[in-house]
Design a protein around this ligand. Structure first.
Ligand code: PLP
Length: 346
């Protein structure tokens, strides 16, 4: 079983059903179809506000194109040093913004504080400096932790004070909503978020994300950036259909709740083992854990997939279809290795 990430899985049956249904008949291309129109309506209902929404097929496109709408080429975009936009997108945000500067900031457990953000913002009006334009936050964070609505609101307040727009990378937004049990609105526009990259691929779609603009004025140039980037799909309905299946009957929340529950079980089981300790609190569907090297070896031999983030430090991610039996087997394998004293070799 593979705990390397939540994109190692396939798509959930409801999403595949929706795709099969969309495959019947014909529809106009480039998003001028009823399924694409329906996506925005679903999101309006979900967030309880007016908004503009655009389907894309990767999270990198969602982030980079969203940021292109928030920051000029001479702008500064503040983010956590470990943010996906900073370390995992090969410079896509810089490319799509035409050269805006990402300003990476430190923060415990994947999170920024209002103090850190406030201290970093500088240079407004000074011709020599990049002009403060946006802050990008991630929820669920890259460390598997969560921002609560009040934490987001406090960060947004600092942003507002300095005239910055707020972007939220929600590659695992569903896991955050499911774990916190609050409304999607509380974690976005009510907390000052202007644009959300609403991930769906990792939580049960094949390839689908939605860029959601709560600040509709900021969306004006989005269609053009998207086309230039090659993300205006001619059969857009196939992306939109996935999102349709995903949002129907709260499938997105069901999937995320399951992934979160499996991760919690994994985290609690590992934390109880000798020599193992959680590196961050497990708040959604990712577990960051220190495991003695011999046990890691044994887990590999047993066929488990995972990333060793740093020597002795694992990231384990649960998905919408992670099986309880696989979690149990992982824990048993680790426990057997540790209790047999394999770790004594260290
Ligand atoms: C997976 C992920 C993305 C999107 O990645 P793509 O590979 O471009 O789909 C964006 N942000 C975070 C935090 C992610 O984990």
């Amino acid at each position: 079983m593979n705990f390397a990430s939540d994109n190692v899985t396939g798509a959930c049956p409801e999403v595949l059903q929706a795709l099969l249904a969309a495959n019947e008949g014909s529809a106009m291309p480039y998003g001028n179809d009823p399924l694409t129109e329906a996506v925005e309506g679903r999101l309006v209902a979900l967030f309880g506000c007016d908004l503009k929404a655009f389907p894309v097929a990767t999270g990198t496109a969602a982030n980079a194109l969203a940021l292109a709408c928030l920051a000029p080429p001479y702008g500064a975009i503040y983010c956590h040093a470990e943010a996906h936009i900073n370390v995992d997108e090969c410079g896509a945000p810089e490319l799509m913004t035409g050269g805006a500067k990402l300003v990476p900031l430190a923060g415990e457990a994947g999170k920024l504080t209002p103090e850190t953000l406030a201290a970093a913002i500088h240079g407004a009006g000074v011709v020599h400096h990049n002009q403060p334009a946006a802050v990008s936050l991630t929820n669920e964070t890259e460390a598997g932790t969560l921002y609560r609505p009040e934490e987001l609101a406090a960060l947004s307040a600092v942003a507002r004070e300095h005239g910055l727009k707020v972007h939220l990378d929600g590659a695992r937004f569903a896991n955050a909503v499911a774990a916190l049990g609050c409304s999607p609105a509380d974690l976005t526009w009510r907390a000052g978020v202007d644009v959300l990259s609403f991930g769906a691929t990792k939580n049960g779609c094949l390839a689908a994300e939605a860029v959601v603009f709560f600040d509709k004025a900021a969306a004006e140039a989005f269609p053009y950036y998207r086309k230039r980037a090659g993300h205006l799909f001619s059969k857009m309905r196939m992306i939109s259909a996935q999102l349709g299946g995903y949002f129907e009957d709260e499938i997105w929340l069901r999937n995320a709740r399951h992934a979160n529950a499996m991760a919690r079980r994994l985290a609690e089981g590992l934390a109880a083992l000798p020599g193992c300790s959680l590196l961050h609190p497990c708040e959604a569907n990712e577990v960051f854990v220190a495991v003695p090297a011999p046990a890691i070896e044994r887990l590999r031999e047993a066929g488990f997939g995972f990333y060793e983030w740093a020597p002795g430090q694992l990231r384990l991610v649960c998905a919408w279809n992670t099986e309880e039996a696989d979690v149990a087997r992982f824990l048993e394998t680790a426990a057997a290795a540790l209790e047999r004293g394999d770790s004594a070799a260290r």
